[in-house]
Design a protein around this ligand. Sequence first.
Ligand SMILES: Cc1cc2nc3c(=O)[nH]c(=O)nc-3n(C[C@H](O)[C@H](O)[C@H](O)COP(=O)(O)OP(=O)(O)OC[C@H]3O[C@@H](n4cnc5c(N)ncnc54)[C@H](O)[C@@H]3O)c2cc1C
Length: 477
Amino acid sequence: MLQTEDQYYLSLRDGRRVFYRGQPVEDLLSHPELGPAIRHAAVDFRMAHDPQYRDRAVVTDEDGTYSRFYHIPKSSQDLKKRRDLIALSTRLGGTVVPLIHEIGTDALFGLMEVTQVMDHELGTHYSERVRNFWQQARDHDYALAVAQTDVKGDRSKRPSDQPDPDMYLRIVKRTSDGIVVRGAKVHTSVSINANWLIALPTREMREADKDYAVAFVLPVNTPGLTLITSPFLSSLHHDMERPISSQHKMVESFTWFDDVFIPHEQVFLNGEWQFAGMLAKAFVEFHRFTAVSYKLPLLELITGVSALLAKYNGIDKARHIQNALSDLVLYEMTVRSILDNAADRGEMVAPGVFRPHIPLVNLAKYHFATGLHQAFHHVQDIAGGLLVTAPGEEDLSHPELGPVLRRYLQGRDVGGENRLKALYLASDLVASDLAAYHLVLAVHAEGSIEAEKMTAVKSYPWEQVEAWARQIAGISD
Ligand SMILES: Cc1cc2nc3c(=O)[nH]c(=O)nc-3n(C[C@H](O)[C@H](O)[C@H](O)COP(=O)(O)OP(=O)(O)OC[C@H]3O[C@@H](n4cnc5c(N)ncnc54)[C@H](O)[C@@H]3O)c2cc1C
């Protein structure tokens, strides 16, 4: 089944416990701040039913007709089609990724990879459970969220060494039917508008941490689960002034598990501490591929609006502006090429699961994350101070002020109103709450820059280059 937009909206009216600024939210869709996030995420369902996009968004094979997001990648081509779909949905979402299929399927692919190894080594039966849930999710076209990041307390201490034992999600009880979990995760994107939530460990564990080695899936309306949403991004803006953030946003939650019961068939890791780190990483490697796929539209749009404003301001031939535009182009091309290469050099990691090349995925994410602040600087430089000082939409439509603004704010071959529209777009991209969100997202989401750097650098052929240096220097062992 491919959910329709309306079925999706209806599916979220299930008694889930969501709070916004201390108030319980009865109806997500009609909420002034959360409704826009739900309608934004529904782009995935609109795409699948739109003849213009359907062939890219939907797969038909021996398993039936279903969302391409659920298609398990089996080749470089599959990864590229997935990348293109993620980029398409993000373009339709005005540079904000919908994420309700992307992140959950990344987790499922990671789980498929690791549970096959676990079952082989430990004689467990987790991979069948994962496969069953994947089938169910695919056939119902579920929206999924992933809660991996724990609150973590003192970062220098391991889970079992924390003074408060609940700083990482843990199993507090095992029964014949399942497990009971307690703790809190943070930054959980799209949790309030997902049908199911997948919980994964956030790090490697030791034997003493075994009750923290837990992974499972649960419906978002499960008793004991509470989602406290972040109010950081507001949608209460004028459409013209904030063409993106008035309509598009993602919402994160503080995700509280207050002794939540999870039946066995929904549990994918239950104390097997040796596999916690492997699972955390397996998800992240798929997710970094997704991440860079959804960054590309942002890089295209900041380059596009910069070129436009350079022309409108009559500075497109200036050397420093051409340098800034070239930097933006090279940045985008480099990130795209590394990602392409990561898909081309991917590998089959478990029967039927093709994973992007790990060092290259990390390099792509690292290159993106360390370049975005400089890229925003270029856009701010080209656009000028009106990014934060321009008059408002009402002034433009005012009978006396409007004509004055249209005249005085004109640029080269462009009237004041269109120049302001371009400036409003640039402002929304690089000088707004959304801009701050993009920047923090770049640094932290999908794992830290340090982790990306270390993963990429680790793969470098150190021995080979050292040996060559010894040889050229004439150093014999
Ligand atoms: C917008 C957004 C959306 C997100 N969406 C999701 C989501 O859907 N699901 C999810 O699970 N997570 C999500 N994340 C979480 C993201 O993966 C984390 O932010 C990231 O892993 C960093 O964790 P943290 O925020 O707790 O920061 P910290 O871990 O506190 O990191 C802060 C700094 O401390 C350093 N540090 C941390 N621990 C150590 C240590 N032991 N030793 C040395 N240095 C250390 C880090 O390298 C970093 O420099 C999201 C984050 C953002 C910003």
